[in-house]
Design a protein around this ligand. Structure first.
Ligand code: SF4
Length: 398
C-alpha cells in the first residue's frame, strides 16, 4: 500500500517520507485488529472471528493512544483490520487520527451491509488511503462457500463499485488455498475489471480456522508464484504476496536482477491484536508484549523474538543456508504453524539452496542435500521486456 520500496537486507525506501527505512529501527506496516467481531464466518479466518465484540478489546481512548504509538514508532502505514473493522462505530475517527498523525491508513472491511456509500464517504472524508476487499474465487457460489454467507460475492462486487465511484483506491485480497489455487487467471481478470490498484495474494498459513487440509504443496505454490509474476508483468494493477516472500526469489531468478528487500513477519511488519497484544504477524501467535504496558515501537525494536526474526543468521533448515535468505527468509508464520519453530524453514518453498558454505551447512536440519525440483515450464521464459527494474514489493496489508 506504500508503493515500491528498494533496499538491501533490513532497509527499504519509504516513499511516504522519501527516506531509507531501517527495519531494525521501525516497522513499515502496522496492522491493528480493531475488533474480532464479524458477521461472516470464513473457512480460513485467522482471527476465528465471532459475531459480537469482545469486552476486552482496546477502547476508543486506548485506540487513539495506539494510533499515536504507531506514529511515534515512525511507521508510515497503518491498516485497520478485524474481524470486521466496520463493527466499530469509532472506525472513521481512528482513520482521521492516523491521518492527522501523518500516517497512511488502510482499511479491510468485511463485505457486509455495514459498508454503505454513506460510510465510505465518511471514511474518504477522514482521509482513508485505501480500502481492501477479499475475493477468494471468481465463482459466486464458491466465494460464498468460503465466506459461509450467501450473497457475499454480490455484496463484494457492489462495495467495489461504490468504492470506485466514491474515489477510494481499491485493493483486492485473495487467500490461495487448495480450494482455489487453479483460479489465478480468472481471478486476475476480475481484479482488473474491478479497477483495483493492487492485488494482494495471501498464501494460506494453517492457523485460526484455516485447516491444514487447505494447505497447498510447495510445487503448487511455485507454479502459482510463476503465474503471478506473469500476471504482474501485464496487469493494470500491482501484485504483491503475503506469507510467500519467496516470490522475491522467483522474480530474481526470472529477471536476473538483484532482489529488493521486503517486509516479513517481525521485519518491517507488526500486528496488534484487539487486546493490544503485539505479534510479528497475525498468523504467528507468539506474543512479544502488549501496547497497554509498553510502547509499540519499543516492543518492535527490542523484543528478543522480533530481533531474532530480523536476523537471517538465526534461520534454520533450508532457509538458514539459502543464498536468498537476506531478502526472502521464508514465511516465519508458516514455519511456526507447521514445525513450532518460527525460525524454521518454510515448507511451502521448493527451492533447494545452491551451495551453502560449510559453516552454514552445519546448521541445516537436513541430513543430506535435497534434490533440486524441476522448475515450472514458464521458468525458461526470457524476462519480459516490460518487467519492472526491481521485483514488486511483498508488502502485506492484512
Ligand atoms: S529456502 Fe527459504 S529463504 Fe530460500 S527461497 Fe525458499 S523460503 Fe526463501
Amino acid at each position: 500500500m506504500m508503493g515500491r520500496r528498494y533496499g538491501g537486507d533490513a532497509v527499504c525506501y519509504d516513499v511516504v517520507k522519501g527516506e531509507i527505512m531501517d527495519f531494525n529501527l521501525r516497522p513499515a506496516i502496522v496492522i491493528w485488529e480493531v475488533t474480532q467481531a464479524c458477521q461472516l464466518a470464513c473457512v480460513h479466518c485467522r482471527a476465528e472471528a465471532r459475531p459480537g465484540r469482545d469486552a476486552g478489546e482496546l477502547s476508543s481512548e486506548e485506540g487513539f493512544a495506539l494510533v499515536d504509538q504507531v506514529a511515534g514508532a515512525d511507521a508510515p502505514l497503518m491498516v485497520l483490520t478485524g474481524g470486521d473493522p466496520m463493527e466499530r462505530p469509532d472506525i472513521a475517527a481512528f482513520v482521521r487520527r492516523g491521518v492527522e498523525r501523518g500516517l497512511r491508513v488502510g482499511l479491510s472491511p468485511s463485505a457486509t451491509p455495514k459498508v454503505t456509500p454513506q460510510s465510505l464517504r465518511e471514511l474518504k472524508a477522514a482521509g482513508l488511503h485505501r480500502l481492501a476487499l477479499s475475493l477468494d474465487s471468481h465463482l459466486e457460489h464458491k466465494h460464498d462457500a468460503f465466506r459461509r454467507v450467501p450473497g457475499s460475492f454480490r455484496r463484494t462486487m457492489e462495495i467495489a463499485r461504490d468504492v470506485r465511484d466514491i474515489g477510494i483506491p481499491l485493493q483486492i485480497g485473495t487467500t490461495i488455498s487448495a480450494l482455489n489455487a487453479s483460479e489465478l487467471e480468472p481471478m486476475a481478470e476480475i481484479v482488473g475489471r474491478l479497477g483495483a490498484v493492487l492485488w494482494s495474494v495471501f498464501f494460506i498459513v494453517p492457523t485460526g480456522r484455516a485447516n491444514p487440509a487447505l494447505m497447498i504443496s510447495a510445487e503448487v505454490c511455485e507454479k502459482a508464484l510463476y503465474q503471478l509474476h506473469d500476471i504482474a508483468r501485464v496487469a493494470p494493477f500491482a501484485v504483491k504476496t503475503t506469507e510467500a516472500p519467496h516470490y522475491r526469489r522467483v522474480v530474481a531468478e526470472r529477471t536476473g536482477r538483484k532482489p529488493a528487500s521486503g517486509v516479513n513477519d517481525g521485519k518491517g511488519f507488526v500486528f496488534v491484536s484487539h487486546w493490544g497484544d503485539v505479534f510479528p504477524s497475525g498468523f504467528l501467535p507468539v506474543k512479544a508484549g502488549n501496547v497497554r504496558e509498553r510502547p509499540l515501537g519499543d516492543i518492535y525494536r527490542d523484543s528478543p523474538l522480533f530481533k531474532a526474526l530480523r536476523d537471517p543468521g538465526r534461520l534454520n533448515g533450508r532457509c538458514g543456508i539459502c543464498e536468498f535468505r537476506t531478502f526472502c527468509g521464508g514465511s516465519r508464520a508458516r514455519a511456526h504453524a507447521v514445525s513450532g519453530d518460527p525460525l524454521g524453514e518454510d515448507p511451502l518453498c521448493s527451492y533447494v539452496p545452491e551451495a551453502p558454505c560449510v559453516a552454514e551447512a552445519g546448521r541445516s536440519t537436513q541430513s543430506s542435500p535435497p534434490q533440486r525440483p524441476p522448475r515450472p515450464p514458464s521458468a525458461t521464459h526470457p524476462p519480459h521486456p516490460e518487467a519492472p527494474t526491481t521485483p514488486p514489493p511483498a508488502v502485506r496489508a492484512e
